[in-house]
Design a protein around this ligand. Structure first.
Ligand code: ADP
Ligand code: ADP
Ligand code: MG
Length: 477
């Protein structure tokens, strides 16, 4: 690989280019009008304008991106996450143009891109699955009967869903039919596919996923787990590796299951197999994400591997140069997704300009970002500003380091999830490891952050009064 085009934007485009540069590979950026001055555009060796800001006029224009790739003479295209990263048609077109797609085969993407096809594919591999329908619901009455038998709550899911979208919890039998009708029309509108299915809703699970790596010869290893249970709207905000609750035995069994899922679709490259773990430590296969995951830094921090480097090498035809037995977990890592969102106001997107933007620094602190002070957060894309990750030898020390890093991270002009992060990393349930995907609903109210702020304000006020009295005393003397 001599030259790589990154078909993405923001922090992940920059992060991928940094590894490419380290490997001596030339980098090519493609960008929308909203990203003209973005760091990833300035960093790239070459940059090409795609079009106006909306994704469907820029970052989703697969054919245009391939044209640019051909003109620029690149050997590979890295799709990042989101946008075209899980689009099998794009992956096929890239390959057909004689360019290496840094990711799995279109075949694997097609299977795993549909939650139903994924369940079907892994059937023969002894993978525990959430009870539910294994084909798209066509007969609503029949599906309701199954739901009644399984017992409520149940979950209606869009087969093509992603990013936490396309899910509905049904609490009681009377709601089933109207919810199902709504879910189908929503799935059609959002994903262009009205296939929905029914799953038992696992109450208070942990979301634990396994990172896998596979080369073109089928050597497949897992890089342990990430616990991503702190979520809002079924989407992750805080992640960690390793999980606080996995025993070596459960880790080994989940790792083996994940490798089997990868084998079920002849997986190549880096991928993630997601599971739910219930209170009795049973695990269930959820889905496989056929791309680099947002939260991959925590895995890099505990394994010492660069996942983008591994992806590029695999796409370039190299075999893995280590075996499962060579991999060890070293220390503990946390990641906080810093979103331009108002955690005081239901995590609604917050827009504006980064009037102050100062990153935390220090050993074991990593910030993956794509903005600089003075820049505006575009409204057209995912509102993530950065990912703040920390590493320390123990979980406790890592949590402490995260609080310090949050404190040192100065962002003004926009609301962010930093205050929420502070709440999480101080919370006894989180610190004990005893928390589930219900964490936010169970414990979080905006008042909690307000109370934290008030405490800080009251300390500041007392300090002020003290200094004033000191000053007055000195004057009297
Ligand atoms: P991860 O599984 O890596 O934690 P997310 O679920 O947060 O990632 O999604 C990664 C990115 O992809 C986000 O930018 C998210 O908005 C986007 N995304 C993923 N799937 C979809 C989808 N089906 N529709 C819209 N956006 C999606
Ligand atoms: P997406 O493609 O949107 O990432 P997933 O199937 O990975 O969809 O589910 C996202 C999140 O939704 C999970 O991490 C979990 O919190 C919740 N979830 C999904 N399925 C279930 C289920 N059957 N029971 C309980 N929670 C679930
Ligand atoms: Mg998922």
């Amino acid at each position: 690989m001599q030259k790589l085009l990154v078909a993405n934007r923001g922090e992940i485009a920059l992060r991928i280019m940094k590894t490419a540069q380290k490997m001596g590979i030339q980098t090519v950026a493609v960008y929308s009008e909203a990203d003209r001055n973005a760091p990833f555009v300035l960093f790239a060796d070459e940059a090409y304008l795609l079009g106006p800001p909306p994704s469907n006029q820029s970052y989703l224009l697969g054919d245009k991106i391939i044209d640019i790739a051909l003109k620029a003479g690149v050997d590979g295209i890295h799709p990042g996450y989101g946008f075209l990263s899980e689009n099998a048609i794009f992956a096929q077109a890239v390959t057909d143009a004689g360019i290496k797609f840094v990711g799995p085969s279109p075949h694997a993407m097609r299977i795993m891109g549909s939650k139903l096809a994924a369940k079907e594919a892994v059937k023969g591999y002894d993978i525990p699955m959430v009870p539910g329908t294994d084909t798209a619901v066509t007969d609503i009455a029949e599906a309701k009967q199954l739901a009644d038998e399984m017992g409520y709550p149940i979950l209606i899911k869009a087969s093509a869903g992603g990013g936490g979208k396309g899910m509905r919890i049904v609490e009681q039998p009377d709601d089933f039919v109207p919810m199902m009708e709504r879910a189908q029309s929503e799935a059609k509108a959002s994903f262009g596919d009205d296939a929905v299915f029914v799953e038992k809703y696992i109450v208070s699970p942990k979301h634990i996923e396994i990172q896998v790596l596979a080369d073109k010869k089928g050597h497949t290893v897992h890089l342990f787990e990430r616990d991503c249970s702190v979520q809002r709207r079924h989407q992750k905000v805080v992640e960690e590796a390793p999980s606080a609750i996995l025993t070596p035995d459960l880790r080994r069994r989940m790792g083996k299951a994940a490798i089997n899922v990868a084998k079920a679709c002849q997986y190549e490259g880096a991928g993630t197999v997601e599971f739910l773990v219930d209170k009795d430590r049973n695990f269930y296969f959820l889905e496989m994400n056929t791309r680099l995951q947002v939260e991959h830094p925590v895995t890099e921090m505990i394994t010492g591997l660069d996942l983008v480097e591994q992806q590029i090498k695999i796409a370039d035809g190299h075999d893995l140069d280590f075996a499962q037995a060579d991999l060890k977990i070293n220390g503990h890592a946390f990641e906080l997704r810093v979103y331009a969102e108002d955690s005081m106001n239901n995590f609604l997107p917050s827009t504006g300009t980064l009037t102050t933007y100062q990153r935390p620094e220090g050993e074991g602190v990593r910030v993956d970002d794509g903005f600089r002070e003075g820049m505006e957060i575009p409204i057209y894309y995912d509102p993530m500003i950065s990912k703040l990750a920390v590493w320390a030898p123990t979980r406790q020390a890592a949590a402490k380091k995260m609080l310090q890093a949050i404190h040192d991270y100065k962002i003004k002009g926009i609301e962010t999830t930093l205050p929420f992060g502070k709440f999480v990393f101080r919370h006894p349930a989180f610190l004990s490891g005893d928390f589930t995907t219900n964490f936010v609903n169970q414990y979080f109210t905006p008042e909690q952050i307000e109370q934290q702020n008030e405490k800080a304000a009251s300390v500041a006020a007392k300090m002020g009064l003290y200094l004033y009295l000191e000053e007055k005393r000195k004057l009297k003397v």
